[in-house]
Design a protein around this ligand. Structure first.
Ligand SMILES: [Zn+2]
Ligand SMILES: [Zn+2]
Length: 374
């Protein structure tokens, strides 16, 4: 059968799956679960895959809520990646309920038409907003030997291309010596003063980098009581650059030198530890991009094409993209929306977004068909 006919078939399968996909998306939306606690979501998605004849593997890379569903024996190995974690206090303000439903629809439709000539993988990837299960899964080789990994994220408008920031979450802790603030004989060593000095040094430090860099942070511990010179002060930073190489070879050493210099100047000691794994920058595969773009066009959609240095956020899909050709475009669910806001959470549960997820699922399945050896 030719690719045109197969594409028509996946479109009609996904249209027929619309009630199931909407139910999945809205169940996740009304039952938001944080990273590593997505038990209901993972179970719902895994059961759907089993019902459609996928084999199932659970507990992947130490994540109880990760799974790998697979259908087909040989041929190109196409993975559709699902995310399903929500944000604290905001619910599905990143629209991962839509990602789960889109990837499931695409995986099911692709398997339905191509199980005899390709392998369809539906891979459940927890905790994108926190530790990023894909980091450990990528290190464990889960994505190795795939032909392609596909995932579509909801956003304000359709975009393809671009990248994401390589990101190091860093916890910086200064240790001083406590004493009474009114002591005439012992002034102690103020860890908070040191931390504030460090924090203020971040902005001028940023100006020394020749590549785009983000140094953002919050103070999470500034002492225990105002009448005690703070013994410990801690900040959490997100340190970002457009490449993990520049981040690790230039930016992080400079941040550590700043912290060490402040420690020497103030008589404190300092530690700087990664509290979550590194997310690498996203590489959108140049062969997959035009395929997805032309399939969107077949569906009557246009998309803004982003340059290779256009980064909006960071994602653990970046780590996948360093192992296997990866595609991570955005599908529009409403102009002017910004992810991680209450408005985005409302939009992710709207009827419009449930219709838009069908477009994303179709374009993914159609792109998988382009990868068949026909
Ligand atoms: Zn997010
Ligand atoms: Zn997201």
């Amino acid at each position: 059968m030719d690719k045109k006919t197969l594409k028509e078939q996946v479109i009609s399968i996904i249209d027929n799956m619309a009630p199931e996909l909407k139910e999945i998306s809205l169940f996740l939306h009304t039952n938001p679960e944080l990273g590593c606690q997505e038990y209901q979501a993972a179970q719902l998605l895994a059961k759907a895959a089993e019902r459609h004849g996928f084999s199932l593997e659970k507990n992947i890379s130490g994540y109880e809520t990760a799974f790998i569903a697979r259908k087909g024996v040989s041929g190109p190995r196409i993975a559709f990646l699902a995310e399903y974690d929500a944000l604290p206090g905001l619910g599905h303000a990143c629209g991962h309920n839509l990602i789960a439903a889109m990837s499931w629809g695409a995986a099911a439709a692709f398997a339905a038409v191509a199980a005899d000539q390709a392998v369809s993988y539906f891979i459940g990837c927890p905790a994108e907003e926190t530790t990023g299960a894909k980091v450990a899964m990528a290190e464990d080789g889960v994505f190795d030997n795939l032909t392609a990994a596909l995932i579509v994220h909801p956003a304000a408008t359709n975009t393809i291309g671009g990248t994401s920031y390589a990101t190091h979450p860093l916890k910086v802790t200064f240790h001083g010596r406590p004493t009474h603030v009114a002591s005439k004989t012992d002034k102690g060593i103020n860890a908070l003063d040191a931390l504030v000095m460090f924090y203020q040094g971040l902005k001028p430090l940023r100006h020394t980098f020749t590549q785009e860099t983000i140094l953002a942070g919050i103070i999470i511990n500034g002492g225990t009581a105002p009448n005690i010179v703070p013994e410990v002060a801690e900040a959490k930073l997100t340190v970002r650059a457009l490449s993990s190489a520049y981040l690790e070879e230039t930016v992080l050493p400079a941040v550590r030198r700043l912290a060490d210099g402040v420690a020497v100047a103030t008589g404190t000691t300092v530690t700087a530890l990664h509290y979550e794994p590194l997310f690498k920058e996203l590489i959108n595969d140049p062969q997959l991009l035009p395929l997805f773009q032309s399939n969107l066009a077949l569906l009557g959609e246009t998309a803004t094409v982003l340059g290779p240095e256009a980064a909006g956020g960071s994602t653990d899909v970046g780590n996948v993209s360093h192992r296997v050709p990866t595609l991570h475009p955005d599908i529009g669910i409403g102009c002017n929306l910004v992810a991680h806001t209450p408005d985005f959470a409302v939009a992710a549960g709207s009827d419009y977004a449930q219709a838009r997820l069908l477009v994303g699922a179709k374009a993914m399945a159609m792109t998988a068909i382009d990868l068949l050896d026909l």
